[in-house]
Design a binder for this molecule. Structure first.
Ligand SMILES: [Zn+2]
Ligand SMILES: [Zn+2]
Length: 265
């Protein structure tokens, strides 16, 4: 189970949500895999000897968050600290490269779908809502036939993306062509919105990853509880090792309080 706590500074409003993340090194792909401990991820790191927990801090000089990978050393006595730190650093670099490449590939793919604008047009029997069906049930056979006569729906569906379709009843328009044009414009609007949303989401995800600088430590928790700071891997300034209510605000030294807690399992 993971606990995500949000800390807010009472003085400057600085806000931070703890990701409660763990990591392990995947020796097949040479990547660091980051995960949150949930029922669905139990055992995910079992095959790896190099693993640990990630703590986040913040450097006000760089205006960047720092993810520190604290390596649990119990399973890897065969490596010395420098070797392990190097493996983890390379693993982080590889996974970032992978995220970047995946983002670029996916965005290109989406833009390609956008440029193809592939859609289908189908004529289908009139779509009846529950209300219409109840109404029909009260009518005689003859009245039902009259009601349904000539009623047909037009479906336009932009394929390759889900939920980019639109349906309308042909009878509501002057001609079938007009119904098609209308459905096409509505479905296309959904299609473009969806594509733009997807691209934005991918970019945001990458941006989120890039707002961090990374710091790797070969660390024994018991022996190091007296050290409160680490040096920023970018500018070298001392920053608090953690962001939580036991430490001052990393931006202004004010008081951090817990403003929100989410438990996920
Ligand atoms: Zn503050
Ligand atoms: Zn810094």
């Amino acid at each position: 189970m993971a606990v995500h706590e949000t800390y807010t500074c009472q003085d400057c409003g600085f806000e931070f949500t703890d990701g409660d993340e763990n990591f392990f090194y995947n020796p097949d792909t040479h990547e660091i895999v980051v995960f949150v401990l949930l029922f669905s991820t139990v055992g995910i790191s079992d095959g790896s000897k190099i693993k640990g927990h990630i703590f986040e801090s913040y450097c006000k000089h760089c205006d960047k968050f720092i993810k520190t990978f604290y390596i649990d050393t119990t399973d890897c006595p065969q490596y010395n600290s420098e070797e392990i730190i190097d493996i983890v650093k390379t693993g982080i670099k590889n996974s970032l490269k992978k995220i970047k490449n995946e983002t670029i590939t996916k965005i290109n793919e989406i833009n390609e779908i956008k440029s193809r604008k592939k859609y289908t047009i189908e004529k289908k029997p009139y779509f009846m809502t529950a209300d219409t069906m109840n109404h029909l049930a009260e009518l005689s056979q003859e009245e039902q036939e009259m009601f349904l006569e000539g009623k047909e729906d037009i479906y336009v569906n932009f394929i390759e993306l889900e939920d980019c379709d639109y349906r309308a009843n042909i009878q509501d328009f002057d001609s079938e062509k007009e119904a098609i044009e209308y459905c096409k414009s509505q479905a296309y609007r959904k299609f473009v919105t969806k594509i733009n949303h997807e691209i934005l989401w991918r970019r945001d995800y990458l941006k989120k990853e890039l707002k961090y600088i990374y710091h790797v430590d070969y660390w024994n928790f018991k022996e190091n509880t007296d050290i409160d700071t680490i040096s920023c891997p970018k500018c070298g300034n001392e920053v608090y090792k953690f962001i939580n209510a036991d430490y001052p605000c990393p931006k202004c030294e004010g008081k951090l309080i817990i403003t929100h807690t989410i438990c996920a399992d």
